[in-house]
Each structure stands twice: as structure tokens, then as C-alpha cells.
Design a protein around this ligand. Structure first.
Ligand code: ATP
Length: 238
């Protein structure tokens, strides 16, 4: 089944056309690495697929439905996480929020079954032992893994990740890439990952898209990651 179909999609902020005439398909279970220079429209595309940004023309379909009707199927992990670190949430509470937000609890005593799912999600990312630590005290790599656990507890079919590897040192980057690989292999979740550096993700990426407001290239990594294509958007590499 097609997980994502985009047919001639243009995305706007008022009169500004941030993404122009984008056509591509992603099959269920595939991972797409979304690349492009700053301002290319990567975050805009992810937010539109997630159903947050609605100013677009053309046809978008997520597992057969428009984005705003597919919210239960999608988890979105934003680039810089919007957690107010002055609120002293534990790791387990942060993960549980992935369900609580979806179910719209406002004042919460977290229900037992959600805590249990949160523990399972934490164990999937290898962090069950620090579930009672404060989130704000974790390293950047640990925080990113907690946010992956939070995105997983609602059992999404499509995971949208905005630069999950940015601002991490090489070993944390490898750890997070390892978990993304595990999500792909063990859960078969379709993923779209924006990144400036494909190297840690080459094992995971089935497809690569090079975007610079319009589609520059889309295909398998060897088809797209060629000097003559990359240099069209990033300039000469040598
Ligand atoms: P980066 O790699 O720097 O994160 P990006 O590829 O994710 O860049 P976007 O953040 O999607 O790029 O931005 C695409 C274009 O849309 C930019 O020109 C940006 O200025 C514009 N833009 C983004 N958000 C808004 C907004 N809320 N209102 C108006 N214009 C916006």
C-alpha cells in the first residue's frame, strides 16, 4: 500500500510558495531521507504531511486519507522539542505525554495502562533504567531517544522526524540512528527523516529526496547521492 502520495502539491505561507508542484510516492514501510539546503521547505513539507499546516494545493494522501484525517496514524517529532524544561517532568511522564496529548487529558494523573506503554516504549529505546530521572537532566542523545519513545507510544504508521540527528555528537548520532534502524526493522513503520547528513542513515534510507522548494531528485540513495546532483543544490563539493 502507498503510505504517502503527493500529487502536484504546492505549499504556501500567504502569497509565498514555499514548496512548488511536488509529486512523489512512498510505500508502506519505506524510509525517506529528506535533504535540502536551509529554507528548502523540508520542515514545511513535514508539518503539512502531519496536518499542522493546511495552506496547500494539489493532492496529499496518507494511507488513503488527507493529512487532517490521518492524525491518529502519524507521530511528528519536531526539530527543537517544545518541552518547557522549567516544568520538572520525569522521563516516564514525557513519554506518557505522547498518549495523553492524543487523548486530550488536561489535568492528569497518568492512567496505569499509559504508564505501562510508556515503560515499554522506553525499554524499546534502551532507557527504561532512567525512567524516573528528570528529562531536563539528560544528554542530547538521551533526550532524542526519549522523544522517539514518546512518538512511538501511540503506535503510529507514519513517523515524521525533523532533524533527529542535529546538534548531537558522533556517538549520540550513531545511537539515535541505531534506534531509527530498529524502528524500521522491528516495527516496519514508514518514516520521513529530514537530515543534513545522510552518512549515519545510509543503512536506513530506502529513498532520498533532494528538495529546494521544488523537487530536485527522488530515488534510491545511489541514484540521488551523486556529485552532479548534489552540487546542483549545494554547489560544488570539491
Ligand atoms: P532548515 O534546514 O533551515 O530547517 P527548511 O528546509 O526546513 O530549512 P522551512 O523551515 O520549511 O525550510 O522554510 C521554507 C521557507 O518557508 C523559508 O523561506 C521560510 O522562511 C518560510 N517559512 C517557514 N515558516 C514560515 C512561517 N511560519 N511564515 C512564513 N514563512 C515561513
Amino acid at each position: 500500500m502507498e503510505a504517502v502520495i503527493s500529487e502536484n502539491v504546492s505549499i504556501y505561507y500567504g502569497n509565498y510558495e514555499a514548496v512548488k508542484g511536488l509529486t512523489f510516492k512512498l510505500h508502506e514501510g519505506e524510509t525517506l531521507l529528506l535533504m535540502g539546503p536551509n529554507g528548502a521547505g523540508k520542515t514545511t513539507l513535514l508539518r503539512t504531511l502531519a496536518g499542522f499546516h493546511k495552506e496547500y494545493t494539489g493532492k496529499l494522501s496518507i494511507f488513503g486519507k488527507p493529512p487532517h484525517e490521518s492524525k491518529d496514524l502519524i507521530s511528528y517529532v519536531p526539530q527543537s522539542h517544545y518541552l518547557n524544561e522549567r516544568v520538572p517532568l520525569t522521563v516516564l511522564e514525557v513519554v506518557a505525554m505522547g498518549q495523553i496529548y492524543k487523548k486530550s487529558f488536561v489535568h492528569f494523573k497518568i492512567p496505569k495502562e499509559i504508564l505501562k506503554s510508556a515503560e515499554e516504549a522506553l525499554s524499546f529505546v534502551g532507557l527504561e533504567s532512567i525512567k524516573d530521572k528528570l528529562f531536563k537532566e539528560l544528554s542530547g542523545g538521551q533526550k532524542q531517544r526519549v522523544l522517539l519513545a514518546r512518538a512511538l507510544i501511540s503506535n503510529p504508521k507514519l513517523l515524521l522526524l525533523d532533524e533527529p540527528l542535529s546538534a548531537l555528537d558522533p556517538s549520540a548520532r550513531a545511537e539515535v540512528a541505531g534506534i531509527l534502524n530498529k524502528i524500521k526493522k522491528e516495527r516496519g513503520i514508514t518514516m520521513i527523516i529530514t537530515t543534513h547528513d545522510v552518512n549515519p542513515l545510509t543503512e536506513i534510507g530506502d529513498k532520498v529526496m533532494l528538495l529546494n522548494r521544488e523537487l530536485i531528485a527522488f530515488g534510491t540513495p545511489p541514484e540521488v547521492l551523486r556529485d552532479e546532483i548534489i552540487s546542483r543544490v549545494y554547489g560544488s563539493l570539491s
